[in-house]
Design a protein around this ligand. Structure first.
Ligand code: GDP
Ligand code: IMO
Ligand code: MG
Length: 429
C-alpha cells in the first residue's frame, strides 16, 4: 500500500497541512482533489511559516504537486499564492507543479454571489469563507462552468458565456445587481490565461505515469468529513465531498489508488462558521484551549469555536471515510488541564444515541454524555517519542483510540514539522 490519503476527520483545521508536509518528503507526488482556496493549511518549518490555501502542501518540500480536477480554481488567487510562496523562497515551475486542465474556475461573479447570499441570509448564514466555492461547484454540476482548458479557447467562449449569463443574470437581478459584464470578464480571463496554462495538463495521465513507476502518491484533503456535502452537518457544510473516496474521482485515479487513509484528528474539537457543535465550550476552559491552540482561521482570521473531543463524531467520520489510522494532533494544547472530557454518546429527547443523527434539528438538540479523565501537568510540547509522553496523556490517547475504534498512527505535539511521533508508518502499511 504505497499511497496515503490524508483527510480531516472533524470540521477542518485538524492539522492536515503539517502532517502532509511531514509526509511529503517521502512522497513522489502530492495531490489536492477537492475544495478550493477556502482551505487554510499552515506549515511551520524552523523559523518559517507557510500558509497555503490552494497549492498542495508538498510544494514546500519541492515534491511534485498537483491540483486535481475535483478542485475549483480561482486563477487570480492562484497567481497571488504562487507569487507569495516564491517570495518565501519556494520554487514553483511546470516541473514540480501541475493543474488539471478540466478543473472548473472560480470567477469573480462566484465570489460576489457567495457574499450576496450570506448577507441576505442574515442569522441563517452558513458562515462561508466568502471565496465563491459553493457557487462555483453549482456551476460545475449545472454544466455551465468555465474550465482551465477553456482558457486556451477564449475565442470560442460565446456559447458557454450565454449559458453562464442566462443563469447568473437572473440571480443577480434578484439581488439588484447589474448583468455580468461579458467584455470585462473575457478581458480578465485573457490576461490571466497564460499564467494558468503554463501548468495545465491532463493530470490523470501524469499521475498514471508516476504510479506506473511505483511512486508514492500522497492525496491531500481539505476541510473535514463533517463539512462533507453528503455526510456533514448539512446545510452547514462546504460544497464538495471531503471524504477519502473523493480522492479517486478528484484526481483521475481509481479507488484502489487511495491506499492508507490517514484521518487527521485534533485532540479536542473546533469549528469555524455556523452550525451544530454538541461539545462546544462557551466558558473559560474553552477560551483557554482556543488561546493556547491559536484557534483563529487561516483564511478569514475568524475565531474558531472550541469544544471537548467528540468520540461519537470521530468514530462516525472514520467509518464513513474508511480511515485506516489517525494522526492525533495538538495534544500539547491540552497540557496543564486538571481534567479532560470526552463525549462518548448523546442524549436526544431522553434517548441514548451512539451516532450523530442526520436531521439538522436533531443535530442541534443532542446533548453530549461525557467521560471525565484526569489531565496532565507535564508538557507534551515537542515530544518526539511515545515514551516522552506523561502517563495520563498516554491514557487519553489510548481511550480515544478505543472509543473511535481506529488505531492512532501518529501523534503531533507542536506546529513544527519534526515534532511528530510515528507509531505506524502509513507509507509502509
Ligand atoms: P489544516 O487546515 O488541517 O491544515 O489545519 P490549520 O493549519 O488550519 O490549523 C492547524 C493549526 O495548528 C496550524 O496553525 C498548525 O501550525 C497548528 N498545529 C498543527 N499541529 C499542531 C500540534 O500538534 N500542536 C500545536 N500546538 N499546533 C499544531
Ligand atoms: P481547511 O482545509 C475549516 C467552512 C466554512 C463554512 C463552511 C462553508 O483549512 O481545514 P465554504 O467557503 O467552503 O463554502 O464554507 O465550511 N470551511 C472550513 N472550516 N477549515 C476549512 O478548510 C474550511 N473550509 C471551509 O467556515 O462553515
Ligand atoms: Mg485550515
Amino acid at each position: 500500500m504505497a499511497n496515503v490519503t490524508v483527510i480531516g476527520a472533524q470540521w477542518g483545521d485538524e492539522g492536515k497541512g503539517k502532517i502532509v508536509d511531514w509526509l511529503a518528503s517521502r512522497a513522489d507526488a502530492v495531490v489536492r482533489f477537492q475544495g478550493g482556496h477556502n482551505a487554510g493549511h499552515t506549515l511551520v518549518v524552523g523559523d518559517k511559516t507557510y500558509k497555503l490555501s490552494l497549492l498542495p502542501s508538498g510544494i514546500v518540500t519541492g515534491t511534485l504537486s498537483i491540483v486535481g480536477n475535483g478542485v475549483v480554481l480561482d486563477p487570480w488567487h492562484l497567481k497571488a499564492e504562487v507569487e507569495k510562496l516564491e517570495g518565501q523562497g519556494v520554487e514553483i515551475n511546470p516541473d514540480n507543479f501541475a493543474i488539471a486542465d478540466n478543473c472548473p474556475l472560480i470567477l469573480p461573479i462566484h465570489r460576489d454571489l457567495d457574499g450576496l447570499r450570506e448577507t441576505a441570509a442574515g442569522s441563517g448564514k452558513i458562515g462561508t469563507t466568502g471565496r465563491g466555492i459553493g457557487p462555483a461547484y453549482e456551476d460545475k454540476v449545472g454544466r455551465r462552468a468555465i474550465r482551465v482548458c477553456d482558457l486556451a479557447h477564449l475565442d470560442h467562449l460565446e456559447p458557454q458565456l450565454d449559458r453562464l449569463c442566462a443563469h447568473h443574470d437572473a440571480l443577480r437581478a434578484g439581488f439588484d445587481q447589474p448583468p455580468i459584464d461579458r467584455e470585462r470578464l473575457l478581458a480578465e480571463l485573457r490576461e490571466i490565461a497564460p499564467f494558468v496554462l503554463q501548468f495545465a495538463q491532463p493530470v490523470w495521465k501524469r499521475l498514471k505515469k508516476v504510479r506506473k513507476a511505483g511512486a508514492k502518491i500522497l492525496f491531500e484533503g481539505a476541510q473535514g468529513v463533517l463539512l462533507d456535502i453528503d455526510h456533514g452537518t448539512y446545510p452547514f457544510v462546504t460544497s464538495s465531498n471531503t471524504v477519502s473516496g473523493a480522492a479517486a474521482a478528484g484526481s483521475g485515479l481509481g479507488p484502489n489508488a487511495t491506499g492508507f487513509v490517514l484521518g487527521i484528528v485534533k485532540a479536542y474539537t473546533t469549528r469555524v462558521g455556523s452550525g451544530p457543535f454538541p461539545t462546544e465550550l462557551e466558558d473559560e476552559v474553552g477560551k483557554g484551549i482556543g488561546e493556547r491552540g491559536h484557534e483563529f482561521g487561516t483564511v478569514t482570521g475568524r475565531q474558531r469555536r472550541v469544544g471537548w473531543f467528540d468520540a461519537v463524531l470521530v468514530r462516525q467520520t472514520c467509518a464513513i471515510s474508511g480511515v485506516t489510522g489517525i494522526a492525533l494532533t495538538k495534544i500539547d494544547v491540552l497540557d496543564g488541564l486538571d481534567e479532560v472530557k470526552v463525549c462518548t454518546g448523546y442524549r436526544l429527547h431522553g434517548k441514548i444515541m451512539d451516532y450523530f443523527p442526520s436531521h439538522a434539528a436533531d443535530q442541534a438538540a443532542v446533548e453530549p454524555i461525557y467521560e471525565t479523565m484526569p489531565g496532565w501537568k507535564e508538557s507534551t510540547a515537542g515530544a518526539r517519542s511515545y515514551a516522552d509522553l506523561p502517563a495520563n496523556a498516554v491514557k487519553y490517547i489510548q481511550r480515544v483510540q478505543e472509543l473511535i475504534e481506529t488505531p492512532v498512527a501518529l501523534v503531533s505535539t507542536s506546529p513544527q514539522r519534526e515534532d511528530t511521533i510515528l507509531m505506524r508508518d502509513p507509507f509502509m502499511d
